[in-house]
Design a protein around this ligand. Structure first.
Ligand code: AMP
Ligand code: GLY
Length: 447
């Protein structure tokens, strides 16, 4: 089968796993590299099908992925979402005969516990002196102690289920009685499953959230642009939490002083910890930060890029991403010089009506055939081609992510919103106020 790519170059065959806006953005960037010959995406979406070959394989079907990797002679595997990482996709291939030369962007299952287990991540931070909220952890074994601890804890109290809980395992409780009820549900009734029967009880940190991203091989690292995402569904950060309604990069409050603190206190000790503890970690580290009183604290680690943060971080990167990923795999990261577009990038996500609650799928998306706008890129997040390939249909809660560049946040948001206004699917909704706190001027609010 003839595959798209850059056939004139020897290049590599590259497989990206995942189907969201993050994966479309990675595919968009990678397809521009002369180092990429054939690009494959599993399972991908309607957007990625225009850049490479989509393979109808689930992200956790390791055997089917192995078969495809062999068949398409894939050299580089990039794991987008956390689930296959936490389930051990990297270890699966590291231990498999015939896959010794496969390069993988994604940490081992042990290292992915930095995201997959809140308790593991907190202990790691504590061992390595990385600033984070104070905490204790409880299970059925010390349940009564936990009840007493919660009763005496200042409000609000943060409860975190230990394992992956699809973004729902963190509860911020404003009353002791509520915290005690939730604590009981988590430990005694497995509200968030077996792994959630271990609970981290954490101090609430007041401040502004933002994220920083590194590419590492556990020995060296490079920093990518920072970003801030907007998780709540409603204007002004109201309503339910979603997978992310938009993002901005750069973050105006992230000045040189704050950046220095983040590097010295958080990024370097994290990479040092990964190295000294002997973790197999080649991939992205996502540092979810709270900036409180001007000081950075780690709220969470993720073992992959963010979505929708990727939709603003990667378009700002001016380097060849494949070259960076290979440098990470081959221990050559330290010599890499990164350069970024200095303009502001904003992504605005168009979601299905009803999301993050129930919503419909399979609705036709119109307006996609219009001429592209300057300084704009449309990424697909939850779309699929119709069976005959003639139509793009919605296939998820987050459907499209419109990324735009501007001189400031206001400029970029206006352009991204304009781009979405040219598109339509039934009950489409987006937040017109992404980056609202940075719009009056580019002056940072007090952190
Ligand atoms: P996580 O799944 O750890 O990212 O937590 C989800 C969200 O809960 C974060 O994005 C924060 O908005 C909030 N959160 C988590 N931990 C804390 C904390 N210690 N203090 C304040 N907010 C928190
Ligand atoms: N946008 C947050 C995440 O990717 O987890």
């Amino acid at each position: 089968m003839a595959l798209p790519g850059n056939p004139q170059t020897p290049g590599m065959n590259i497989l990206i796993i995942g189907s969201g806006g993050r994966e479309h953005t990675l595919a968009w960037k990678i397809s521009q590299s002369n180092l990429c010959r054939h690009l494959l995406i599993a399972p991908g979406n309607a957007g990625t099908s225009a850049l490479g070959t989509n393979l109808a394989i689930a992200v956790t079907d390791f055997d089917a992925l192995a078969k495809a990797i062999r068949e398409h002679r894939v050299n580089l595997l990039i794991v987008g979402p956390e689930e296959p990482l936490v389930k051990g996709i990297t270890d699966y291939f590291r231990g498999k005969a015939g896959f010794e030369d496969l390069k993988i962007i994604g940490p081992s299952a042990e290292a992915a516990q930095l995201e997959g287990s809140k308790s593991f991540a907190k202990a790691f931070m504590q061992r390595n002196g990385i600033p984070t909220a104070g905490y204790r952890e409880f299970t059925a074994e010390n349940y009564e102690e936990g009840v007493a601890y919660i009763r005496n804890h200042p409000l609000p109290i943060v409860l975190k289920a230990d394992g992956l809980a699809a973004g729902k395992g963190v509860l911020i409780c404003h009353h002791h009685i509520e915290a005690l009820a939730e604590f009981e549900l988590m430990i005694m009734r497995a509200k968030f499953g077996e792994a959630g029967k271990k609970v981290v009880v954490e101090q609430f940190l007041e401040g502004i959230e933002m994220s920083v991203f590194a590419l590492t091989n556990g020995n060296e690292y490079v920093l990518l642009p920072e970003a801030k995402d907007y998780k709540r569904v409603g204007v002004g950060d109201t309503g339910l939490n979603t997978g992310g309604m938009g993002a901005v990069s750069p973050v105006p409050l992230y000045d040189e002083e704050l950046k220095r603190k983040v590097i010295e206190r958080i990024v370097e000790p994290t990479v040092k910890g990964i190295r000294e503890e002997g973790m197999d970690y080649t991939g992205f580290v996502f540092f979810g930060l709270m900036i409180s009183g001007g000081e950075p604290y780690v709220i969470e680690y993720n073992c992959r890029m963010g979505d929708p943060e990727t939709e603003v971080v990667v378009p700002r990167l001016q380097n060849d991403l494949v070259e960076l990923l290979l440098a990470a795999c081959e221990g050559r990261l330290a010599g890499m010089k990164l350069s970024f577009d200095l303009r502001t990038a904003v992504t605005v996500v168009a979601v299905s009506g009803g999301y993050p609650g129930e919503y419909r799928k399979g609705l036709p998306v119109s307006g996609l055939d219009q001429a592209p706008l300057d300084d704009c890129i449309l990424f697909h997040a939850g779309t699929i081609l119709s069976a005959d390939g003639s139509e793009v249909l919605t296939n998820g809660g987050r459907v499209l992510a419109a990324t735009a560049f501007g001189d400031d946040v206001r400029d970029a948001v206006e352009l991204a919103s304009y781009m979405l206004e040219q598109l339509h699917f039934e009950d489409m909704y987006f937040r017109p106020d992404i980056g609202y706190e940075f719009r009056e001027s580019d002056k940072a609010p007090e952190a």
